[in-house]
Ligand binder design. Structure first.
Ligand SMILES: C[S@@+](CC[C@H](N)C(=O)[O-])C[C@H]1O[C@@H](n2cnc3c(N)ncnc32)[C@H](O)[C@@H]1O
Length: 211
């Protein structure tokens, strides 16, 4: 038997493939509720998991898209969509730093507990900027850390899959957002520090408009 070492992305996908058909809670905030999706809008959810937020949004907006790179999550979402007969919900397999949708196609982008998994946060926020229409907004719930993590955690794919290995300090996170073109970031919610396996993290929910 050969030993196969999985990289960070593969380890994250293995974790979520296993959780696609469970009911275990995967979120870390209330991005969709703060985003207040409206009739006639186009919404994109980055890291849509089993599709629950997309299916909730589809009842409020014109079109809702979920993007996720774990095939099993997309399959679970499509199966949930069929049960609910929500024709305006669409699930696309893809990476959040290469969103498979055109420029200026969305009024609102949401994401819940996903961007911490991405190695390049600025690339993700640049993609959010690209797909938003002028005047569009994002509301993101995510995980941050108070201090830069030590290399042994940053280099551990299992820590990334467990939603803390890829978490960065607030100042670095906000810098990535500003460098992507957004201004006037609003912090809607920030938790106290709490322990996630071996590190202290916070949940944060933020919002900004594309001016
Ligand atoms: C913690 S779960 C959150 C799911 C959902 N947003 C929720 O709140 O229930 C993270 C999801 O993001 C997906 N994901 C992680 N990194 C991703 C990436 N770089 N590109 C696309 N999807 C990603 C995973 O497959 C997983 O379904």
């Amino acid at each position: 038997m050969s030993n196969v070492t999985l990289d960070k992305s593969q380890t994250i996908q293995v974790r979520y493939a296993e959780e696609a058909t469970t009911s275990c809670c995967l979120s870390c905030g209330g991005a969709i509720d703060y985003a207040k999706p409206e009739k006639g809008e186009v919404l994109i959810d980055l890291g849509s998991g089993r599709g629950l937020d997309v299916l909730k949004a589809a009842r409020m907006v014109e079109t809702a898209y979920g993007i996720d790179f774990t095939k099993e999550m997309i399959n679970a979402s499509v199966s949930n969509k069929k049960k609910l007969r929500l024709e305006n919900a669409h699930f696309l397999e893809g990476k959040i730093d290469q969103i498979p949708l055109p420029n200026e196609s969305a009024d609102v982008v949401i994401s819940n507990c996903t961007i911490n998994h991405a190695p390049n946060k600025q690339a993700v926020y640049s993609e959010i900027y690209r797909v938003l229409k002028k005047g569009g907004r994002f509301v993101v719930s995510d995980i941050i850390v108070d201090e830069k993590l030590p290399d042994h955690i940053i280099n551990d794919p299992n820590a990334w899959a467990a939603c803390y290995g890829g978490a960065i300090p607030e100042s670095d996170y906000f810098e990535a957002i500003y460098k992507s073109g957004f201004r006037e970031l609003e912090v809607i919610e920030k938790s106290e520090s709490y322990q996630k396996v071996e590190v202290m993290v916070r949940s944060i929910t933020i919002k900004a408009y594309k001016k």
